[in-house]
Design a protein around this ligand. Structure first.
Ligand code: FAD
Length: 459
């Protein structure tokens, strides 16, 4: 296993990482990289054991429903790249289990790779979203044949891949990328049916990152300062991948298995985060209503009641996903596809409405609250304190801090990022609706409807 310090040093591997227009050689010079790198290093130190055969227990596939349930809060208490690594490894484990009977050689490769990744204690991120070109056209019908990641050469010892994956969270802070097709592929699209793992230092691999990492007083950004992580544009400019790291190469009928396996684990993680976020929004609404002296008004109480309903139903969806977890043929447990996708969809679809209620209750200071630096300024600080206070029980500082939490979470750079990520991560609302519909028992629903209508049973 690696210590936090060894992890930090391991990122100095010659990777081609770009940020704000220049190549980053020294991560210490870029707070958007060095801050989350510190959080990831802390997680390494938490689990480090010096024995040569030690592995991080967080990455073991859950062998019971309880283990699946317990793992989520444990992982959420750590950094997101560790969570993404779990998702990557569970995606591969799930895909292997689903493909074992049709592709025994490939699944044996996956098993070996996952065991080796755990032994090396590496961190991984998930690359599924292609550039995609014209959305209405299939990969081979694009004007640019590289719009979807594809194999451009097959050699005796491996493949050469070209293309790009977009929006990839955590890229510069991971050791390896897990690359998969973004959707199902059809016969004739063999070159696009490709899945593999590749180190960040592979020749021809480049990443271009953006970040909502804030600058300014840490108390102005209590949420984003803790959670920021770069999202990256990853370019594969003819990257060689040896066969032992290739998990899918031309088997179009198996391409969707990877996308669906990733979608399941990604949406479980996303739903868990959004359940927590829904509780945070309800709590902030109650706190700011009390601080503003409006918690007794009927319309405010109603809005907060609706926030608590939303949070409670999302939690119920997550609970149902875990309670209805299924045992794979390989013996590990995975969450219910139906409840995971339905809960993730409702969380994303209801997010804007929940934020609207919180901001409505809180007032305009969500946008205009003075900085903590102004509060600490001897000239204007006492006035900020005086006029932001609402009574002898509610100090100006307390209210300013609450407003910064609401602003950071919902109205600033990170808040804007969340509005988009809630809609699009996990494949977007459309994909979640599609999978929910696929797993919903429509036969039963139709039989019930026939009975209500007094119609005879079908067939
Ligand atoms: C902050 C952030 C982090 C992310 N992190 C990751 C990550 O770590 N790894 C990763 O792989 N991806 C990641 N994603 C990508 C995410 O999964 C995609 O944004 C999402 O799948 C939508 O793809 P897109 O952005 O290309 O939008 P588009 O595909 O252009 O979608 C826009 C709209 O068009 C619709 N649409 C597109 N094509 C079709 C079609 N053929 N038929 C019908 N409707 C269609 C969509 O349903 C949607 O409503 C992240 C996204 C964000 C915003």
């Amino acid at each position: 296993m690696m210590t936090g310090q060894q992890y930090k040093e391991s990122l100095n591997d010659g990777r081609a990482t770009y940020f704000a227009g220049r190549r980053v050689i020294d991560f210490d010079e870029v707070p958007a990289f060095s801050t989350p790198r510190g959080h990831i290093a802390d997680s390494y130190d938490l689990f480090y054991r010096p024995e040569p055969d030690a592995v991080n227990p967080m990455f073991q596939a859950p062998e019971s429903k309880d283990e699946l349930r317990d793992r989520i809060p444990q992982l959420m208490a750590l950094d997101e790249v560790t969570y993404l690594t779990y998702q990557c490894q569970m995606t591969l484990t799930t895909a292997a289990s689903r493909l074992r009977s049709v592709a025994p050689e490939m699944t044996a490769r996956i098993d070996r790779y996952v065991a080796d990744a755990r032994r090396r204690d590496i961190r991984m991120v998930e690359c599924i979203t292609d550039a995609k070109g014209h959305r209405g056209r299939r990969p081979q019908d694009q004007d640019d044949q590289d719009a979807y990641v594809r194999v451009v050469e097959r050699r005796d010892d491996g493949i050469v891949v070209r293309g790009a994956k977009l929006h990839i969270t955590g890229t510069p802070l991971a050791h390896e990328l897990l690359v998969m097709p973004t959707k199902a592929m059809k016969p004739g699209e063999e070159d696009y049916a490709v899945a593999f793992a590749v180190p960040m230092s592979a020749p021809g691999l480049m990443s271009v990152s953006t970040s909502f990492h804030p600058t300014g007083h840490p108390a102005d950004y209590p949420v984003s300062g803790r959670l920021s992580l770069p999202d990256s544009f990853v370019i594969f400019d003819d990257v060689f991948v040896p066969y032992e790291r290739v998990f899918l190469d031309g088997q179009t009928s198996s391409a969707a298995v990877f996308a669906h396996s990733l979608g399941l684990w990604e949406r479980l993680g996303g739903t868990s985060l959004m359940v927590q976020q829904a509780d945070e929004i309800a709590g902030l609404a109650q706190l700011i209503a009390e601080a503003n002296g409006v918690d007794g008004y009927g319309h405010v109480r109603e809005k907060i009641a609706e926030l608590t309903m939303h949070a409670t139903l999302l939690r119920a969806g997550l609970e149902a996903a875990l309670a209805n977890a299924e045992r794979s043929e390989d013996g590990f447990y995975f969450p219910s596809e139906l409840y995971t996708n339905a809960a993730r969809y409702l969380a994303a679809a209801g997010f804007s409405a929940a934020v609207q209620k919180l901001q409505d209750i809180a007032g305009g200071s969500v946008a205009t609250v003075p900085s903590m630096l102004d509060l600490d300024n001897p000239d204007v600080g006492p006035f900020v304190e005086k006029y932001m206070s609402t009574s002898t029980e509610v100090s100006g500082r307390y209210r300013v801090q609450l407003f910064h939490a609401i602003k950071d979470l919902t109205a600033d750079k990170y808040g804007g990022w969340w509005h988009v990520v809630n809609l699009h991560s996990g494949g977007g609302l459309y994909a979640q609706r599609l999978i929910t519909r696929k797993h919903y028992d429509m036969t039963r629903a139709k039989a019930l409807a026939r009975r209500v209508a007094g119609l005879p049973d079908e067939g």
